[in-house]
Design a protein around this ligand. Structure first.
Ligand code: NAP
Length: 265
């Protein structure tokens, strides 16, 4: 049997890059997509901006043309936006959803005809921030909560075609994410300045001390090879996975009291 073709977005850095390498090492025919292409990688690459309709449609069509079809899509393209809700310009909030939410939508919809024909798999890179609303990262959380609801609904629609949809919810992993985060500038005397700096400082410290993203790549491989892939998979240190579980099980007031210090508030 010929190897399964998997399109990984965000493959030029971090989780996507490690997924591309790991899946390539484990028998998948990987095509990595991002705006930058990288020298000397063992997987095929396409330059694709998921913010752009034409770029994404052309990129996915090229994968189908050159590789005969797509068996799996792993959507890792994304970035983070930090800042208080009240002070974040709508243009910045829109840009956040443009990549993290609509970028995934564009990629998956373009690949769906091939995925339906091949009973494929869709792996959507959500986040712990797609389960827990992160203070001073509200628009990042909004983009990931949007993916959670969208993926759940999509799963029903594509089930009759044998297509699986899984949300992977990583905790903190050491990647280029911290360096590429955009931060809304606020004045020193802004009412949110102190609390925002504290929460963002805590989250950056947690990310920089985070785990190796190979754990996410191994989880993605498991999903792509499972006969019955899970709807959701939380990946990360046990403390962070417990947080996801607690959010789902505890009354809100209790969860919020228990999680405040780990969220830096
Ligand atoms: N690191 C964590 O702790 C963590 C935790 C939970 C979830 N996540 C999620 O994991 C995913 C990957 O993040 P990461 O941590 O690996 O960050 P990263 O190292 O910064 O990688 C982000 C990737 O996204 C690509 N990208 C960004 N905008 C793009 C666009 N418009 N079109 C195409 N590609 C684009 C970047 O490539 P180019 O700049 O070359 O385009 C890069 O390859 C994100 O969705 C993030 O929300 C990360």
């Amino acid at each position: 049997m010929s190897p399964k073709v998997v399109l990984v977005t965000g493959a030029s850095s971090g989780i996507g890059e490690v997924c591309a390498r790991h899946l390539g090492d484990h028998g998948f025919q990987v095509v990595g997509a991002s705006r930058r292409t990288m020298p000397d990688v063992p997987w095929a690459q396409i330059a694709m901006d998921v913010d752009d309709d034409a770029s994404t449609a052309e990129g996915v069509a090229r994968v189908v043309r050159e590789h005969g079809g797509i068996d799996g899509v792993v959507t890792c393209a994304g970035w983070g936006l930090a800042g208080p809700v009240e002070q974040t310009p709508i243009a910045d909030a829109r840009a956040q959803l443009e990549t993290n939410f609509f970028g995934t939508v564009r990629t998956v919809c373009a690949a769906l005809p091939s995925l339906r024909a091949r009973r494929g798999r869709i792996v959507v890179m959500s986040s712990i921030g797609g389960v827990i609303g992160l203070p001073f990262q509200a628009y990042y959380s909004a983009s990931k909560f949007a993916l959670e609801g969208w993926s759940e609904a999509l799963a029903w629609e594509v089930k009759p075609f044998g297509v699986g949809v899984t949300l992977v919810e990583p905790g903190n992993f050491r990647t280029g994410f911290t360096a590429s985060r955009r931060t809304v500038e606020v004045a020193g005397d802004d009412p949110y300045a102190t609390a925002g700096a504290k929460a963002v400082g805590k989250m950056e410290e947690d990310e920089l001390g985070g785990a190796d993203p190979i754990a996410v790549a191994k989880a993605v491989e498991k999903v792509l090879t499972a006969s019955r892939p899970p709807r959701r998979l939380s990946v990360g240190p046990s403390g962070e996975r417990v947080g996801v579980l607690a959010k789902r099980l505890l009354p809100n007031r209790l969860f919020e009291a228990a999680s405040a210090s780990s969220l830096g508030v």
